[in-house]
Every structure is written in structure tokens, then in C-alpha cells.
Design a protein around this ligand. Structure first.
Ligand code: ADP
Ligand code: MG
Length: 329
């Protein structure tokens, strides 16, 4: 590696304050990292890449980029019911950093945010790679999952409740604000709600604790990254079932309060980046889960009939302006 890369890793990614896990044998600085995993668990792995201009607007702060890059990986483990442990980071840095920021300043902000979130979850950065090119961040994360556990997309059964862990649609509004688009949707928001929406977009909260406690209860689960309808379809296809969604029960984010109902539904159904979990469980298990997590909301039922139906209060099917999802296969 060139001297400058060595310097960069030393300065920003070898934080002596960072989490130090007892199940790590060898961390940053050698050809590989070595871990000594607990024998009684299995290991889960996931990786996600964020590219500037594709997965986040070019003007996103280094702090938000670091947070989101790690949070979306944590969210994948949450969706599996896994307990995160270690991560690696592949960083591609351009010659000119966003907003013409000095590279040192950008890296300082990035690594501070990264280690702050890592320490919240007791996960350790154990290696990575550093290259030059258009700004992109890849994080690979791994963690422990019960030997008989792991909440898969397959497993939903007819009669299951479909549940989401929290409000939907704020991140989609945040993206509209960040990109200055769909002003007809965002114009009515107060300044405080605009800030909340941007926060939802840039600082998603991975539902680790919730995922772990759903192990053995949820029949199927995933995290909502692309939007409820697209993501739920993965469960339906993997499980060979269909679903009915009751639109009046959708947990709409508070920032959608001033938006007309149909537009709000569309944001909640199709907007990405919320990173709530969506899972299914047997009807008889729902009351105790709801008691433990009052913020969880049941939004529909799994059906044997392989359609995805979006139902209004009067039982009418909702036709979205954007695109229809009446059938799939
Ligand atoms: P190699 O030449 O074997 O690919 P590198 O020069 O890329 O090794 O990296 C040297 C050490 O620094 C390795 O332990 C690697 O895991 C670590 N490393 C490189 N880049 C990063 C990064 N962005 N974050 C954390 N660790 C990194
Ligand atoms: Mg390398």
C-alpha cells in the first residue's frame, strides 16, 4: 500500500478508543482479520455499497454518509434477527471531496460518526480497503444468529398478520427535500418537519433489539429499504403466498400529516429508506408482541391467494397513480 494510504488508515481508522471485542483475534493492520466466533451460534453476513449520487445525494454530509452506510448494514442483520459483531469498510475516495471539503476534514467527520454508531452497537471495525475513484462506501458486516434461527423471507403462512415496526414515508419526503423535487408534496411541511424528514433519510435507526426478540416468533421478515410494496413482494414470492394490506392501518409518518391521504399512502407504500422491519407472525402471537412493542402496527394479512391487494376502509381496491401492483409472479 502507498504511504499515504497507510497514513490515512492510521489517522482515521485505527481509533484506539474503538470497541475492542474479545472474539477478535487480529484486527486492522495485517493481511486478514481473524475472529474466534462463539461455538454455539451461527454467523450471518451482509454487505451494502452506497454510491454518491445513486444511494445518497452528492451534497450529503460525511457524518450522514458514515451513519447511513453502517446503519443499512446493521438493518440487514436486524432483519435476520442477528446480533452484529464485526465489520469491514471499503472506501473509494475522489480527488476532490464533496463540497470541495479538505480530505482530512471529510475523513475526520466520517470516521467520528462511524465509530460513534459502531460503539452504540458494540461492533468493531476489523479491516478494509482504500482506493481512489468516485465516492463510494462499502461495508460488510457480520454477526451472530441462533443455530436454529435466522428470520428468512420464506416462511409466511396464510392467516399470518403482517406487521411493521414503525412509521413509514418520512425518508421518501426527506429525499424529495434533499433533491428539491416533488415540491407539491413537501411545500406544506413546517421547517421542523422538513428537518425530521431529512433526519429519517440520513440517520435510519436499525431495529437490532426488535429483530433479536422476534426470533422464533416471526415466520418471515425483512427490512424496508426499497419501499413496503417492493419489499413485501420478496416475502410473498419467497413464501408462495399473497397479501391484503389495509391502508387505513398504515403507520404514516407524522411528517405526512399535511399531505393529502392518497399521496401519503403512496409515500408509505413505495417510498424507500425507512429501514423499519416488516414481518409476519401467527395471529395468536400478535397480542404479546404488540404488548412488548406498542409502536408495532399490524397492516394486513397473508392470504393463500397469490395477489397483493391494497384495500381502502370500504373494501375497495386502491389504485395508485404511480404504478399498480395488482398481480405479481
Ligand atoms: P492489502 O495491501 O493487503 O490489501 P491494505 O493496504 O489494503 O492491505 O490494508 C492494510 C490494512 O489496513 C489491512 O489490515 C486492511 O484491512 C486495513 N484497511 C485498509 N483500508 C481500510 C479502511 N478503509 N478501514 C479499515 N481498515 C482498512
Ligand atoms: Mg487493500
Amino acid at each position: 500500500m502507498p504511504g499515504s494510504e497507510f497514513q490515512l488508515i492510521q489517522s482515521y481508522f485505527s481509533d484506539p478508543e474503538q470497541v475492542s471485542r474479545s472474539d477478535l483475534i487480529l484486527g486492522i493492520g495485517d493481511d486478514c482479520a481473524i475472529v474466534a466466533p462463539r461455538k454455539q451460534s451461527n454467523l450471518a453476513f451482509s454487505i451494502d455499497t452506497l454510491i454518491s449520487g445513486v444511494h445518497f445525494p452528492h451534497n450529503t454530509s460525511a457524518d450522514a454518509i458514515a451513519y447511513k452506510a453502517l446503519a443499512v448494514n446493521l438493518s440487514d442483520l436486524a432483519a435476520m434477527g442477528a446480533e452484529p459483531a464485526w465489520f469491514t469498510l471499503s472506501l473509494t475516495l475522489p480527488e476532490v471531496m464533496p463540497g470541495n471539503k479538505a480530505r482530512d476534514e471529510w475523513l475526520e467527520e466520517f470516521s467520528t460518526a462511524l465509530f460513534a454508531l459502531a460503539s452504540e452497537h458494540n461492533i468493531q471495525l476489523i479491516g478494509g480497503d482504500t482506493t481512489c475513484g468516485p465516492l463510494s462506501i462499502t461495508i460488510q458486516i457480520s454477526g451472530y444468529v441462533n443455530k436454529d434461527g435466522g428470520m428468512k423471507r420464506a416462511g409466511a403462512k396464510p392467516g399470518d398478520r403482517i406487521v411493521v415496526t414503525g412509521p413509514l414515508g418520512a425518508a421518501a419526503i426527506g429525499l424529495d427535500i434533499a433533491l428539491g423535487q416533488n415540491k407539491e408534496h413537501t411545500g406544506c411541511l413546517s421547517e421542523a418537519d422538513k428537518q425530521l424528514a431529512l433526519r429519517a433519510l440520513n440517520y435510519p435507526q436499525a431495529k437490532i433489539k426488535e429483530g433479536i426478540s422476534l426470533q422464533g416468533i416471526a415466520h418471515s421478515a425483512l427490512d424496508l429499504s426499497d419501499g413496503l410494496i417492493s419489499d413485501l413482494r420478496h416475502i410473498l414470492i419467497a413464501s408462495d403466498v399473497g397479501a391484503e394490506i389495509f391502508l387505513e392501518q398504515l403507520p404514516l409518518s407524522g411528517v405526512l400529516a399535511c399531505v393529502d391521504k392518497k399521496t401519503a399512502w403512496e409515500k408509505a407504500l413505495t417510498g424507500g429508506d425507512d429501514y423499519e422491519l416488516c414481518f409476519t407472525l401467527a395471529e395468536e402471537d400478535w397480542p404479546k408482541v404488540r404488548q412488548q412493542y406498542p409502536e408495532f402496527i399490524a397492516i394486513g394479512m397473508i392470504t393463500a391467494e397469490k395477489d397483493l391487494r391494497l384495500l381502502e376502509a370500504d373494501g375497495q381496491e386502491f389504485k395508485m397513480q404511480k404504478r399498480g401492483f395488482d398481480h405479481f409472479g
